[in-house]
Ligand binder design. Structure first.
Ligand code: 5GP
Length: 173
């Protein structure tokens, strides 16, 4: 297993998080947000982002999975659902990375069926070239090429989530 040099450094990540939070704070001025993190990958981005958002908020989480090692299974599993009722609330979904888009599409449709006042989605990373479905993304940190990446919450086989930066991962042969 090989971890390459940072694709995104700690400084680049933190600058982008602050920029996203500033835009979100402006867009939601006068409203209260229900910030929904998609675990496990988004846990670090979620906690960094919410600390810079300047409007009142409540938080909740969904635990979902679709990846086995480095291949998406396309079979989305919800391991834990929200505790909050989202009806008439302004829901901001917070995701680490969008690849095929199938996970987010599934979660967006699941939440829209519960009649929130609004539903917007913020993803830190977007591998747009890999998209397999139409998807509405409202806030995007970085668009990245088709690499499998680890760090800043993202794993390979549940490892490397604690790297403070984002790196390209390669399985050694
Ligand atoms: P999608 O359903 O969009 O194909 O996949 C979304 C999920 O797959 C993400 O939430 C993330 O957990 C995982 N994923 C997608 N691309 C990568 C990647 O490059 N690295 C890691 N560690 N996980 C990824």
């Amino acid at each position: 297993m090989v971890i390459g040099k940072p694709l995104l450094t700690v400084e680049q990540i933190q600058k982008k998080v602050k920029e996203l939070a500033a835009i979100i704070s402006e867009d939601y001025e006068g409203k209260e947000i229900l910030a929904v993190g998609i675990l496990r990958g988004a846990f670090i981005f979620f906690s960094d982002l919410v600390r810079h958002i300047q409007v009142p908020m409540n938080i909740d989480f969904i635990i979902a999975s679709s990846y086995i090692k480095i291949q998406t299974s396309g079979d989305i599993k919800i391991h834990a659902d929200l505790r909050e009722d989202i009806k008439a609330k302004h829901v901001l979904l917070i995701e680490d990375i969008v690849d095929s888009g199938l996970t987010l599409k599934y979660i967006q449709e699941m939440l829209l069926a519960r009649n929130p006042a609004s539903l917007r989605t913020c993803t830190f990373l977007d591998k747009k070239s890999r998209r397999k479905t139409e998807l509405k993304l409202d806030y995007i940190g970085f668009e990245i090429p088709d690499f499998y990446i680890v760090g800043y919450g993202l794993d390979y086989d549940n490892k490397f989530r604690n790297l403070p930066y984002i790196s390209v991962f390669k399985e050694s042969t």
